[in-house]
Write a protein that binds this ligand. Structure first.
Ligand code: UDP
Ligand code: MN
Length: 441
């Protein structure tokens, strides 16, 4: 073969490879685009369908006097990629949130019977602790401004914001500037590394000086007379931990609607869920204003005496990122001599974001945290959890000796006691009794 021939063949090979490469790249780009489009289309359909359903639900629950909120969906282009991107990023409709801005009025959601309640002029003071990580700016500010507007300032010691090392620009100087406008009552703590919500709450609590700690998520809006019932209940009994009814702020429309009265519960996966309240509990003179005994709390929103929180062992500082801490604290309260109630005359709206459990890092942290709950608190009922989550049976969960010690030191009761007295509805399907267990298996 002479050199000209060689050159021609070499050129053919190069051109061929380039052409194949180009076609492959085009094909990949096409399929990727198609997939993204498909995902986008599904989200848009979901959003439209949900908006309709939620509106029906809203009519059932919210009083007719709802102030008009300028959040109409009509002018929002759900097909805009920016909308989709922000919805994924923040877990809520940022377009509407920006439209609402940093302050709005929400509909009164308490039952009429609550309007007749009176609270003492002197109550303990509250430190409101709000941890946030990459929260949408207006949503965070609405949380703060609703507390500032609807809390009598004599009960409000301070609002402590803990930034869990957010990366969003808006939450830097722009936030500092905005908070200056509220003056005085607000402390902002910035974590030097991402701590997760559990350690962030502990950091917030360690800076607090009010008598009572009130934890809120960074996407809440409080309702009329929200704080007084919580403070009053704790003033009467310092081992009483109380939650408001958590009203629903729709993540797509940001409409506020009253939630029904329910109690907190969980299953053997230790997944939190809401359970119905027995009708006899709402009978009697107090009717739908009566405190509801709750086996568990949802986690984000509750009030606890500051000294009692410390006495009870705060949180498990070795729990990571997110999750499980609500079940752990609920068990600790009940098993170690406290009480946990939901107060229907206190209401706080919360945006429930659907995004959390698709992220592997959060899933991993949640499993780790739950295992710590299981090994410290579930006694001989551990197997009920592992029956549901067999893959976690031999998974690691770090050192729990401090928490086991704490349980001993506080003289806490057994999980069996908790099942018998506080949460008999949680049927154990693996019995500790050998005979029953063999029957079952
Ligand atoms: N959060 C935080 N650090 C984290 C995860 C969450 O500070 O690593 C904050 C978050 O911004 C929110 C609160 O903790 O204010 C509770 O988180 P989220 O709302 O995701 O929990 P959920 O309401 O789903 O229980
Ligand atoms: Mn939340």
């Amino acid at each position: 073969m002479n050199s000209t021939m060689k050159n021609i063949i070499a050129q053919c090979v190069v051109c061929g490879s380039l052409a194949i490469g180009l076609w492959t790249a085009l094909l990949i780009a096409y399929f990727h685009y198609d997939q993204e489009n498909e995902q986008l289309r599904k989200t848009q359909e979901f959003i439209r369908a949900n908006s309709v359903r939620k509106n029906v639900h809203q009519q059932n629950h919210v009083s007719k006097k709802t102030p008009k909120q300028n959040t109409s969906n009509d002018t929002i282009d759900f097909s805009a990629p920016e909308f989709y991107k922000e919805f994924k990023q923040y877990g809520l409709n940022a377009v509407i949130s920006r439209r609402l801005g940093i302050r709005r009025e929400v509909p009164e959601s308490r039952d009429k019977i609550c309007h007749q309640k009176h609270y003492p002029a002197y109550l303990p003071t509250a430190s409101i602790i709000i941890c946030f990580y990459n929260e949408e700016f207006n949503t965070l500010l609405r949380t703060v401004s609703s507390v500032m507007t609807l809390t009598p300032h004599r009960f409000l010691e301070e609002i402590i914001l803990v930034d869990d090392m957010s990366e969003i620009d808006d939450l830097k100087e722009k936030l500092d500037y905005q908070l200056e406008l509220f003056r005085g009552k607000i402390k902002l703590v910035r974590n030097k590394k991402r701590e997760g919500l559990i350690r962030s709450r502990m950091i917030g609590a360690s800076r607090a000086s009010g008598d009572i700690l009130v934890f809120l998520d960074s996407h809440c809006e409080v309702n009329t007379v929200w704080l007084e019932p919580l403070l009053h209940a704790i003033a009467k009994d310092h081992k009483m931990v109380v939650c408001p009814v958590i009203d629903v702020i729709d993540d797509k429309t940001l409409d506020y609607r009253a939630a029904p009265i329910v109690r907190g519960a969980f299953d053997w996966n230790l997944n939190f869920r809401w359970d119905n309240v027995f009708s006899y509990e709402l009978d009697g003179p107090e009717g739908p204003s009566k405190p509801i005994r709750s086996p568990a709390m949802a986690g984000g929103i509750f009030a606890i005496d500051r000294h009692y929180f410390n006495e009870l062992g705060q949180y498990d500082k070795d729990m990571n990122l997110w999750g499980g801490e609500n079940v752990e604290l609920s068990l600790r309260i009940w098993m170690c001599g406290g009480q946990l109630f939901i107060l229907p005359c206190s209401r706080v709206g919360h945006i429930s974001k659907a995004q959390n459990l698709n992220k592997p890092a959060l899933e991993k942290a949640l499993s780790w945290n739950l295992l710590r709950v299981v090994h410290v608190w579930l006694d001989e009922y551990k197997d009920n959890f592992f029956f549901q989550r067999p893959s976690l049976k031999y998974a690691s969960y770090g050192n729990i000796s401090e928490r086991v010690q704490l349980r001993k030191r506080l003289g806490c009761k057994s999980f069996q006691w908790y099942l018998d007295n506080i949460f008999p509805e949680l049927e154990p399907f693996i019995h500790t009794d050998k005979k029953k267990r063999n029957n079952f298996l």
